[in-house]
Design a protein around this ligand. Sequence first.
Ligand SMILES: NC(=O)c1ccc[n+]([C@@H]2O[C@H](COP(=O)([O-])OP(=O)(O)OC[C@H]3O[C@@H](n4cnc5c(N)ncnc54)[C@H](OP(=O)(O)O)[C@@H]3O)[C@@H](O)[C@H]2O)c1
Length: 287
Amino acid sequence: MSDTARLLPGGPVAEAVLADVARRVSALRERGVVPGLATVLVGDDDASAGYIRIKQRQAADLGFASPHRHLAADAEQGELLDVIAEFNADPLVHGVLIQYPIPGHLDYDAALQTLDPDLDVDGMHPLNMGRLALGMPGPLPCTPAGIEALLAYHGIPVAGREVVILGRGATLGRPLAMLLAQKRPTANAAVTVVHTGVADWARYTRRAEILIAAAGVPGIIRPEHVRPGAVVIGAGVRYEGRRLLPDVDESCAAVASAITPRVGGVGPTTVAMLFRNAVAAAERASA
Ligand SMILES: NC(=O)c1ccc[n+]([C@@H]2O[C@H](COP(=O)([O-])OP(=O)(O)OC[C@H]3O[C@@H](n4cnc5c(N)ncnc54)[C@H](OP(=O)(O)O)[C@@H]3O)[C@@H](O)[C@H]2O)c1
């Protein structure tokens, strides 16, 4: 990394968000409400099992109850829907996390659509995407919300500035564009989204004051795509085995004024937002 760009780590952002979540969980418990964050794992993928364990541990540390269901790798769609229905009906469950990906013979989107949208801590249910589009309250998609929080935490002004997002995927680029264009002090940006349909996308990224990579194409953002002094947020990653390959080439640090680190940038904020959605769901349910 060059010594010119300031680093924008996600760890302190996540810590601040989780400290707030812990306070809110305590306040709920004082009123006799134990927030419940249920988790669902299908299959025996090591990485997924590991992610669920980490989230359960963190849930327990924060004071959540976290009932868990583990379905076999060959579970049928009906079994998954039964678990979701069970959690939908359980008044002690305020949020449900279905660990993604699930085995290929199952339909994740169809399963998600049977989840009560108010329990959707990932913020990915179609109704929650609709709420986001309309500016209605509801769980926000975690990675976009984490990026907004990261920029705010590090004191990077967003309002009125030109933000360019490379990628229009459903989990990242598209909801992020909606979020950062909302009328709110930490958003309110002029947002442009580019993708494979814009052959000369670099024309847009080069004028961005804040450039957000959300493509999942290793090394796609290089210094020549970055406006000197821009803020660069690397959210897109691809995994090859355990190796993480980010969209943003490290050499961009020589051109940017601030940049997320290769590891520990957007990722930690995503997980923190999951818990923020969960505590907010418990607060709404018990209001
Ligand atoms: N850090 C985190 O916590 C976190 C969380 C969620 C996701 N992610 C990462 O974010 C990335 C995006 O996720 P997603 O689900 O939104 O992915 P996606 O649905 O695959 O979307 C990728 C987007 O990038 C665009 N794109 C791909 N190659 C391109 C190219 N060569 N030139 C221009 N545009 C290109 C695609 O354009 P078209 O639409 O034209 O195909 C698409 O809009 C992934 O790498 C994912 O791993 C990270």
